[in-house]
Write a protein that binds this ligand. Structure first.
Ligand SMILES: Nc1ncnc2c1ncn2[C@@H]1O[C@H](COP(=O)(O)OP(=O)(O)OP(=O)(O)O)[C@@H](O)[C@H]1O
Ligand SMILES: [Mg+2]
Length: 408
């Protein structure tokens, strides 16, 4: 729906405009008209509706310059430069010519009420709406570019840091492993060294046990392993995978990923993966896709993981739409590409989460439970390693859909 704000202090003009525009469909969309007869009401309407596409504005209302004050308010106070403004006036402003008005004010067109046929009016409005659409698309594109550049630089940084951390981390892991080995009663060599030191290994072990040294080492090992898995994910950003691409049957791959997800301990226990209804909508005869099997499998697992978690939170918040948690997987051929979709009916994402979901380290999960790397790694695998595309669509409270395109 196009939202059009009509501002005019003459009720008959408002009425006539509504009659003219009502039920019209312009550029494939219907029209919603908001009519106001004072500048104050118009200001309020602009504040309340940030998505107004077009303002049709009278100039002489409370004062001879009311309309221009309003334009100033929209452009400078609200900093709204997207809404198109068409000035429609009966009297000429300060005796200025229309071209002079257009030069001084950020307006789209200047019409004189006198010579305004419906045909001309609708034409001007259509052009303004097309221009508005163009501005919105451009803004979205610029936003996406900024977001992509941001992701690239964070990913580069992440990969750099991961390289630096990798060595010391391996040393830590190895050392913990060695300590555990060297205190194990099962190794004959340990008994010997204990004797050389005039001690009994059993006693040393009993001491360590009593002081909870083994438990502490266990914690250290677990934490180090978690760090290692984060680092491994971060390293993905720099690796141009050496693995060879091979022709892969996506249907088989998706089925295998679902099977693997079902075996994942966390998914099974924490997120009741088995209770989730899995719907497969696979086209027949989808051709094989050249890809790195393990990488695409990782992407699918990341998506299934997120979906299960999102539905678990949704059931928790009682906001699941039809109560049965469900994931729909779709595979279709689209020209020279294959389209793969993973859709859930979980909690969905708000606007900010949608924008930032692919950013490395962005997570809304509790500290310690999510690293915020799942989607960024997936995005990297699809776009950089496979020259594909990955996008998402989401509505809060209703669910989320990830769309992947892979070239054939
Ligand atoms: N299916 C989904 N439904 C709702 N929100 C989602 C979904 N998938 C991702 N998100 C949102 O995007 C954020 C980033 O996801 P991502 O997979 O990158 O990280 P994470 O799941 O938080 O942590 P990790 O995957 O590293 O364990 C999530 O924290 C969540 O807010
Ligand atoms: Mg995740």
């Amino acid at each position: 729906m196009w939202k059009i704000l009509v501002v005019d202090d003459d009720p008959s003009v408002l009425e006539l405009t509504e009659i003219m525009l009502k039920n019209l469909k312009l550029l494939d969309q219907g029209i919603e008209i908001l009519s106001t007869d004072t500048t104050e009401a118009a200001k309020q309407a602009m504040k309340d509706n940030t998505d107004i596409a077009l303002i049709i504005l009278d100039i002489v209302m409370e004062t001879t310059e009311s309309g221009f004050e309003f334009i100033d308010y929209v452009r400078n106070t609200l900093e709204n430069n997207t809404a198109r403004i068409i000035v429609r006036t009966g009297e000429s402003f300060k005796g200025w010519s229309p071209s002079k008005v257009a030069k001084h004010y950020g307006i789209h067109d200047y019409l004189e009420k006198m010579d305004l046929t419906k045909e001309r009016f609708v034409t001007v409005i259509t052009c303004a709406l097309r221009y508005y659409q163009h501005i919105l698309e451009r803004m979205r594109f610029e936003e996406m570019m900024v977001q992509t550049e941001k992701m690239k630089s964070v990913a580069g940084l992440a990969a750099g840091v991961a390289h630096e951390i990798n060595n010391p981390l391996n040393i830590t892991l190895q050392s913990i492993q060695n300590i555990l080995q060297r205190t194990s009663a099962e190794m004959p060599r340990n008994q010997e060294v204990a004797h050389e030191c005039h001690a009994e290994l059993d006693q040393i072990c009993a001491y360590l046990e009593k002081q909870k040294v083994f438990t502490l080492l266990g914690y250290a090992k677990e934490a180090t392993q978690r760090t290692a898995s984060i680092v491994a994910n971060m390293l993905q950003f720099s690796q141009h995978s050496d693995a060879e691409k091979e022709p892969v049957d996506l249907v088989e791959l998706v089925n295998r990923a679902i099977e693997l997800a079902g075996m994942d301990y966390n998914l099974k226990k924490q997120y009741h993966f088995c209770d989730i209804q899995i719907i497969r909508e696979f086209d027949d005869n989808v051709p094989q896709v050249r890809c790195i099997l393990t990488e695409i499998q990782q992407v699918l697992l990341n998506l299934l993981n997120n979906a299960a978690q999102a539905m678990y939170s949704a059931t928790d918040a009682n906001s699941l739409q039809n109560n049965t948690p469900q994931i729909i997987l779709r595979i279709q051929q689209e020209d020279e590409r294959v389209r793969l979709e993973v859709e859930d009916n979980g909690e969905g994402m708000d606007e900010i989460t949608c924008k930032r979901a692919f950013e490395p380290f962005f997570t809304t999960k509790q500290k310690g439970s999510g690293t915020g790397l799942g989607l960024s790694v997936s995005y990297f695998i699809i776009t950089a390693n496979h020259q594909g595309a990955m996008t998402l669509e989401s509505t809060p409270g209703q669910g989320t859909k990830f769309i992947i395109h892979l070239p054939l």
